[in-house]
Structures are given as C-alpha cells and as structure tokens.
Design a protein around this ligand. Structure first.
Ligand SMILES: Nc1ncnc2c1ncn2[C@@H]1O[C@H](COP(=O)(O)OP(=O)(O)OP(=O)(O)O)[C@@H](O)[C@H]1O
Length: 336
C-alpha cells in the first residue's frame, strides 16, 4: 500500500510576488508535476494571486476542494489560512505549504524544506494531514498612518484575523514590517534581510512599547515591553527561535516578552541571541504558556504583525483555536 498523501481535488494558490517571482515558476512546475505523477489532469487547479489579500478571497471560496496548497512565503500562507478559516469546519479543505518565501517560518514549524532551493516537488506527496492550532485575533483597526511599511487593512469596525505562527508587537514587529521596505531597496532575503531590518529598528527608532496586558483573564498589568511575541510555532523572523518549545498541536499559545526599559545595546544583543534561542537566560526575558490575552496599547501606531502582515490597532485580543485546521506535515517528522 502506498504511503503517499492523497491530496484529492486540489487548489494551488500561488503568490507571483513571493521571492522575486520564484513562486510563480514553482506553482506551474508543481501543477505539471502532480498531474503527470498522479495521472490526473483534472484534479489540480492553479490560481495566481493578483494583489495582496486575494489569497484570502480565493481560499474562502475553496469549499469542494480537499486540499489548498499555498505556494509562496509566510504572507500567502497567512492569507490562505484566513480564507480557509471562513469555511465551516466540516467543509474546510486541508492546507498544504510549498515554501518559496524569504521567511518560511510556518514551513519550518511543519518541517517542510524550502522548495526554491532543492525543487523537491515530491515532498508534498509524503505528508499527512494533522489537525493544528490556529490563533484568533480580535481587534478594532486604528486609523493612524504612522506605520507604513506593510500591507494595511484600513476599514473601521471590529475585525477577526487568524494566524498560524506568530503575533507580535514592539521592536520585533518593527523588524518584520521593516523587511518590506528593505527587501525592495536592497534585494536582501532570509536571515540577512531580517538582521539588516533589526539593526535599523534598534537604531534611530528604538523605544519601548507600554501596554496594559491581561493574560488568561487576570487583571490588566502595565508593562513597558520592548517586544512581545505570541507564538503557535517556535520561530519568527526567518528562524529566530523566540519560543523554541512552542508546539502547534498543543492547544496553547507560547508567549515571550522582553520587559523594558533597557539600553538598546542590550535589546539588540537579546535579539541576536534569539536566533539560537539563547535569549531566555536573561532576567528581562519572560516566557509562559497561555490560552488568551488582551493588549491595550497607548496609541494606534505600534508595530504589530501577524505572520509578518501588519495590523493597526489600539486594542488586540488573542486566543487559541485548538486543532481547527488540518495541515499537511511530512510523515518523517523532520524539523528544520
Ligand atoms: N499578486 C500579488 N502582487 C503583489 N503582492 C502580492 C500579490 N499576492 C500577494 N501579495 C503580497 O505579497 C506579500 C508577501 O508574500 P509572501 O510572504 O508569500 O512572500 P515573501 O515575502 O517572499 O515571503 P516571506 O513572507 O516568507 O518573507 C504578502 O503581503 C501578500 O499580500
């Protein structure tokens, strides 16, 4: 009996903007490969996104498909997962990730290798669908224009957004969002891109981010955080091991925050230490496993990111939805 994944009827959503166009080529190759290999020319539909947020719209209409494959980086995975979460649970297709981005943190959590390096298109055939956790963010959009580097949602009124890997605010989010501008101006990708953005955020724009934080329903406390991460998987920012023990199937959120104020050299050193997960031995670093939190910020201009995408808000509530999304993971359990 074959242990190949049964993808079933599959929608491939490809971000032609990811990794300077590499994802478009991978999407085409993947479709041809799957049709030839599985001898089925009708089971695979390929759609390229035409604009930011298009993947959410495409995925939200994917009922009737068994699988939706997101080809690109963490941005397209985030948007696709958000679309799938709009479909009721019984009809929700499984999510597969074909990592062709610059960060690929969710793929790293799943143990998928970056496709653009080795063109291992067959890897998706040795995966199995596993129910994984999804984070839910509820927020009211702020209408400030102070943070301008990333894609933006501007409408007023309460919103729900989902994340599969990370929600963070503060210096780390400024770094993630700063990569948009730096990528365009320098062409850097991966770890060098995130490090360059880190040096920029820890320079002229360095500050702390006061917040009233209520965790697991406890009374709100004022914190002067430098950075605050809420994780489903272990990494963010292209492999920074901010919560190395985070498990996407444990029904919990892992948090890590750096309590300020502190000199920026100290903050930068902690950031660099987080690449290897060594930041946690510092007294200013706090980690916990939680189910929910509410953050009230002092203004609407804080850098806040969900899977690398910008959120503008003055108040954010976050919770966990255990095992609500079936996601294709390698059967050999390999982790990068
Ligand atoms: N057709 C498109 N044209 C321009 N931008 C797009 C298009 N489709 C999606 N996007 C946007 O591209 C951004 C980046 O997408 P994605 O994350 O897939 O690639 P990446 O930036 O190369 O990788 P990573 O997020 O891992 O750094 C997202 O914010 C997404 O909204």
């Amino acid at each position: 009996m074959s242990d190949e994944t049964n993808l079933g009827r599959t929608l491939i959503i490809c971000n032609p903007a990811a990794q300077s166009g590499a994802a478009a080529e991978v999407g085409e190759q993947l479709k041809r490969f799957l049709e030839m290999y599985l001898h089925d020319g009708s089971a695979f539909n390929l759609v390229c996104t035409e604009r930011p947020h298009h993947a959410t719209q495409l995925a939200s209409r994917a009922m009737g498909y068994d699988t939706v494959l997101a080809v690109g980086g963490d941005g397209i995975v985030h948007e696709t997962a958000n679309g799938l979460m709009r479909i009721e649970a019984q009809a929700r297709p499984a999510l597969g990730v074909i990592p062709v981005g610059s960060g690929n943190d969710y793929a790293r959590t799943l143990g998928m290798r970056e496709i653009s390096r080795d063109r291992d298109l067959a890897a998706i055939l040795s995966c199995k669908a596993k129910p994984l956790d999804v984070g839910r963010i509820e927020y009211t959009p702020a209408d400030t224009d102070e943070v301008t580097q990333g894609p933006v949602g501007r409408a007023r009124g309460a919103r729900t957004e989902y994340f599969v890997q990370t929600l963070s605010f503060g210096m780390d989010a400024a770094i993630a969002l700063g990569t948009y501008r730096l990528r365009a101006s320098t062409g850097l990708t991966g770890t060098p891109l995130y490090l360059a953005s880190g040096f920029s955020a820890a320079g002229r724009h360095y500050r702390d981010y006061p917040v009233m934080a209520s965790i697991d329903g406890a009374p709100a406390e004022r914190m002067r955080t430098i950075a605050f991460a809420v994780q489903i998987g272990p990494t963010y920012g292209s492999g920074f091991r901010i919560c190395p023990d985070a498990d996407p199937a444990d029904g919990m959120l892992d948090i890590c925050y750096i309590a300020g104020p502190m000199p920026r050299a100290h903050a930068l050193a902690l950031l660099l230490a987080a690449k290897g997960g060594h930041h946690r031995s510092d007294k200013a670093v706090h980690t916990r496993r939680i189910r929910s939190a509410t953050f009230t910020f002092e203004d609407g201009g804080y850098p806040i990111q969900a899977d690398g995408e910008l959120i503008r808000a003055t108040r954010v509530s976050v919770g966990i939805l255990p095992g609500v999304l079936r996601v294709l993971v390698p059967t050999d359990g390999r982790r990068k």
